[in-house]
Design a protein around this ligand. Structure first.
Ligand SMILES: [Fe+2]
Ligand SMILES: [Fe+2]
Length: 265
């Protein structure tokens, strides 16, 4: 896959268009080019306490998330009729995610252990793509909630694994992911302002259910002694959700006074 030519991004008139076009301009799969400078010849060096099979499963999940997100970007782009700059962001993001998937795949090949994708994750992503309501919910699902979860996992692993190649790879990928989350935070507020409280709260509950299932699956996949160790290193899911919830509130999905109602099942 070749990095996308980002010189074709068209600047719009509004402040939002300008911010989005700047984001799009910085994306487009450049991680693939930048990663050629990494020390691939040294190969993966995960810590001895971590089972290679478990680690391969985690990397396979990350790669799967990147691949599905690339597909989702193109799907969401078809639905966003109101902003050429937003569609440009999603096209650039799709190329970024394909580059990330290729890089995780390359790392996985060098681990030389088959990595099996957590089967439940496929169900969560399919549920996500099946959403038929307002498309801003899909932007929040992929660009805020699932990206946020992947960011958390990538940062967590990068801090605890001593593999220089994995850490360098993640540092480069995280530069793109931070921009993808920024897209959701810029695009979301104006569309959410046009929805009534009932619609916004329904989206909040849908996102919470997706996030909860996704995070439970990732934690549940941490099996064996090294999996137990990784699990106990992490704070509770409740603590993670509180952070996600605050991010969604800042994006305008729920207001402070609506939060108690939104948190009801
Ligand atoms: Fe990514
Ligand atoms: Fe991303």
């Amino acid at each position: 896959m070749q990095p996308q030519d980002t010189n074709t991004v068209v600047l719009g008139d509004s402040a939002e268009d300008v911010r989005l076009a700047r984001l799009a301009h910085r994306g487009g799969g450049l991680a693939l080019v930048d990663a050629t400078n990494l020390a691939w010849q040294e190969g993966p060096r995960p810590p001895r306490w971590l089972s290679r099979r478990l680690f391969a499963g985690i990397v396979a999940d990350l790669r799967y998330g990147e691949t599905v997100t690339a597909r989702a970007c193109l799907h969401i782009s078809d639905l966003l009729k109101d902003s050429a700059a937003a569609r440009a962001c999603l096209a650039a993001q799709a190329a970024d995610e394909q580059a990330h998937a290729a890089l995780y795949g390359r790392y996985l090949d060098r681990l030389d252990v088959p990595g099996r994708v957590n089967p439940g994750l496929e169900d969560v992503y399919q549920r996500c793509l099946a959403w038929s309501g307002h498309p801003v919910a899909l932007v929040l699902a992929f660009n805020v909630v699932l990206e946020g979860e992947a960011l958390r996992l990538q940062r967590f692993l990068a801090q605890r694994l001593s593999c220089p190649l994995f850490c360098a790879l993640n540092r480069r990928i995280l530069m793109d992911e931070a921009r993808h989350v920024a897209f959701g935070r810029i695009y979301g507020p104006a569309r959410l302002a046009g929805l009534d409280a009932e619609q916004r709260i329904a989206i909040y509950r849908w996102l919470r259910s997706l996030w909860w299932d996704c995070s439970s699956l990732v934690l549940g996949g941490l099996q064996g002694p090294s999996g137990t160790l990784l699990r106990v290193m992490q704070p509770s899911l409740d603590a993670f959700w509180r952070k996600q919830s605050m991010t969604l509130m800042r994006t305008g999905l729920v207001r402070k006074e609506e939060l108690v109602q939104a948190e009801r099942p």
